[in-house]
Design a protein around this ligand. Structure first.
Ligand code: BGC
Length: 752
């Protein structure tokens, strides 16, 4: 429906008909308006594959969806650091959704990985908002390129499963603005998703689906979101409050009860007709952007999608360590390879819950290796049970296979059901029976390659000395097994990078003492210091840092240049350097740009990722890499000013291969235009002096023969710097004309 049709519809629909449009007509369908020929649209999961239940299903049935391609989960895709790849996956997801008559696909999930324990971390992209935002936007673009609406979820601060429908995330505004909201903000700004999903939890006491500041002030008024805000399934406790807050569509349907409450509230004047009309207009506009389930002829391209899933899994796996360059497997260094681990033939490739896809086919690594490795002689032993039960016979057989082999490929990971929506993990350790097997295998083999399958990170510190190589394969989707075989055999070169730090132990995680909260609240006590922002601020040793990942080649960085153009909020920092592939094979490097504010009036993380690029370089070649950072990349959220703030001074710009592997650093100086940032008589002397407009005026006043001239002495300045100007004035017997200073300031400065 175009704007004119919507305006006509609003005139013709009754209050009852309007209210009926604001909640679903079934579990997966928004309501239509038959009289106006408005068809219901179907919304369904999800982030890494279509979960299309039988349209007549009455409730959630996780086992009964139509077959679809299961792409790697977000934990994997986040580790690809490759927006182009995610757009292609989005396009494939969109094509499968269209073929099934689906109008809105409920993904991507872009919540920040606050704690490794969050049971849905496998559905989320990163601990860093830039990675989550860029990759989330790329997925949204792809899905919407295919003519299907995307849904950025779960808005906001939905970072745990424990008590997820009630818990209140107690989080200060600066932390929200700098850590938990930017991924959504970026996606809304650059990819214009058709829908945003309001989360289950409360944020500072108010349900996200009924949170006016989140849904209206920030999302619509500040970020300009023009699409539909849909509730998470059953997130609404009060449909009237939800409507008043800015929620448009409650899902699933409530059999008419929400509509009745809305009608009564409109009649009683508790909600305005205008609020009702606005939400209805947005719901009516949705099918114009998403279609109403028209299906193109033919199949959506399952074989191509399987190939894409395989490529994506290979691009996402992270080679954590590769001692002795054991990988890629080289038959010249021994042809006898023991493949050990039940997971090699029974892969766990996705997590549980609403994102669970009924995969079209599933590759396992054992078959893929057997089919591909002509020159290797493979043996297989399961080694352990997935139930976790200790089995000495299985272990002994595996150990003797390991002893007889030149190289051991040991597949370890979290068993089925370990990661699922609705439950947080209790710890981040691998099952004991698997670790015992590793220990015994390591006693008979020096060449142990551990391949991991897990969504949220697992602890490696206690066992990694038993493995020469660790390849983190994540929950890699239906083609993950073939992708791992490609990497082991050198048909693909590892190029994934950690989007989540692997700490030495769970207790090192900054949210450890504040997760999952109690008595209905969880306090985000670590504030901004999430993931590497915390580990790096404390210089805490970690197992593998954010951004880390090895390749079968090596890269060198040189010639960093960083130049500033413009001032303050309008500053642009142009960054350029040369990246060389110094090894023998082609490979991809993820070049990362971190910024540190060297002079700040507030506490800031010691470095923050601000840009990245995945760059392919042929062996022996080099290429120039360029980025432009904007004022916002230098800014912090000032709670006092209620806005993004760039402070003048020096900033360090570093480029490198992880947050702990910075190869080059340059310092740039950012100037401020003459801005009077709300200086008053209560601003301190230091704040006045630091202000480009206020500083010269105060300095002049202090050096004036009638002014408190001794104050210009540096030692005195140090003592009086923290004093509010009004107090200095009192002390100096009223010799500073504060009103005069303020009016001069108003005349010279541009007040933002
Ligand atoms: C999940 C959402 C999902 C919805 C519909 C909820 O339980 O939190 O992510 O899209 O169900 O299945």
């Amino acid at each position: 429906m175009g704007e004119a049709d919507i305006a006509r519809a609003l005139e013709s629909l009754t209050v009852e008909e309007k209210a009926a449009l604001l909640s679903g007509q079934s579990i997966w369908e928004a309501a239509g308006a038959q009289r106006l020929g408005v068809l219901p649209v179907t919304l369904t999961d999800g982030p890494h594959g279509l979960r299309m239940q039988d349209p007549d299903a009455q409730g959630f049935d996780l086992g009964a969806s139509a077959p679809a391609t299961c792409f790697p989960t977000a934990a994997a895709l986040g580790s690809s650091w490759d927006p182009g790849l995610l757009t292609r996956i989005g396009q494939a997801l969109g094509a499968e959704a269209r073929a099934a008559g689906v109008s809105v696909l409920l993904g991507p999930g872009v919540n920040i990985k606050r704690s490794p324990l969050c049971g849905r971390n496998f559905e989320y992209l990163s601990e860093d908002p830039v990675v989550a935002g860029r990759l989330g936007a790329a997925l949204v673009r792809g899905i919407q390129d295919a003519g299907v609406g995307a849904c950025a979820k779960h808005f906001a601060a939905n970072n745990q499963e424990t008590d997820r429908m009630r818990v209140s995330a107690e989080v200060d505004e600066r932390t929200l603005r700098e850590v938990y909201l930017p991924a959504f903000e970026h996606i809304v700004g650059v990819a214009r998703p058709c829908t945003v999903m309001a989360a289950y939890n409360r944020v500072n006491g108010v349900h996200a689906a009924q949170h006016r500041w989140l849904l209206t002030t920030v999302l619509r008024e500040e970020w300009g979101f023009g699409g539909v805000v849909v509730s998470d399934w059953c997130a609404v406790t009060d449909p009237v409050a939800a409507l008043a807050a800015g929620l448009d569509l409650e899902m699933p349907g409530t059999g008419g009860s929400s509509a009745e409450r809305i009608v009564a509230a409109v009649r009683a004047g508790q909600v305005t007709q205008a609020a009702l009309d606005q939400a209805v207009a947005r719901v009516l506009a949705l099918p114009g952007r998403t279609g109403t389930g028209e299906r193109p002829a033919g199949e959506p391209g399952w074989p191509e999608h399987h190939g894409l899933a395989r490529l994506a899994a290979a691009e996402s796996a992270v080679l954590l360590k590769n001692e002795g360059a054991i990988l890629p497997l080289d038959p010249a260094r021994g042809t006898r390879v023991a493949v050990i681990g039940e997971l090699a033939r029974t892969p766990v490739f996705q997590g549980g819950g609403s994102s669970q896809v009924n995969a079209i086919r599933v590759d396992n690594v054992l078959d893929a290796l057997t089919a591909a490795s002509e020159r290797l002689v493979l043996s297989f032993e399961p080694g352990y049970t997935l139930s976790g039960q200790d089995d000495g016979t299985l272990r002994a057989e595996a150990v003797s296979a390991a002893a007889a082999a030149d190289t051991v490929l040991l597949f370890l990971g979290l068993p089925p059901g370990a990661e699922t929506e609705g439950t947080d993990r209790a710890d981040i350790t691998l099952p004991g029976n698997q670790l015992r097997l590793l220990q015994e295998v390591a006693e008979v083999s020096q060449r142990v390659v551990v391949v991991l399958a897990n969504g949220g990170v697992v602890e490696v510190a206690s066992w990694e000395e038993n493995a020469a190589v660790i390849l983190e394969g994540w929950l890699g989707g239906q083609a993950g097994g073939a992708a791992i075989a490609d990497l082991l055999l050198g048909r693909a070169n590892p190029c994934g990078r950690l989007a989540e730090t692997i700490p030495l132990c769970l207790a090192d995680n900054p949210s450890y003492l504040n997760f999952p909260g109690s008595e209905g609240t969880v306090t985000y006590g670590e504030r901004l210091y999430v993931g590497y922002r915390y580990y790096d601020a404390k210089d805490l040793p970690v197992s593998y840092p954010f951004g880390h990942g090895l390749s079968y080649t090596t890269f060198a960085y040189s010639g960093l240049e960083a130049t500033v153009e413009g001032q303050g909020d309008d500053a642009a920092v142009h960054v350029r350097f040369t990246l060389a592939n110094t090894g023998a094979v082609a490979g991809k490097e993820v070049a990362q740009v971190y910024v540190r504010d060297l002079e700040s009036s507030v506490d800031r993380p010691v470095r923050e990722l601000r840009a990245f690029a995945k760059v392919e370089v042929a062996a022996g070649q080099s290429t120039s890499v360029e980025f432009t950072l904007r004022g916002r990349d230098l800014a912090f959220w000032s709670t006092a000013r209620g806005g993004w703030t760039v402070e003048a001074g020096d900033f360090e710009v570093s480029v490198g291969a992880s947050s702990r592997d910075l190869r080059l650093t340059a310092t740039v100086t950012v100037d401020m235009p003459p801005l009077a940032r709300g200086l008053t008589g209560e601003s301190t002397v230091s704040e006045w002096l630091a202000d480009p407009a206020g500083g010269p005026l105060l300095r002049h006043a202090m050096n004036n023969p009638d002014g408190p001239s001794r104050a210009a002495d540096p030692a005195v300045l140090e003592a009086i710097g923290p004093l509010p100007l009004s107090r200095l004035n009192t002390m100096s017997g009223g010799r500073i004309d504060i009103d005069g200073l303020l009016s001069q300031l108003a005349a010279t400065a541009v007040v933002p």
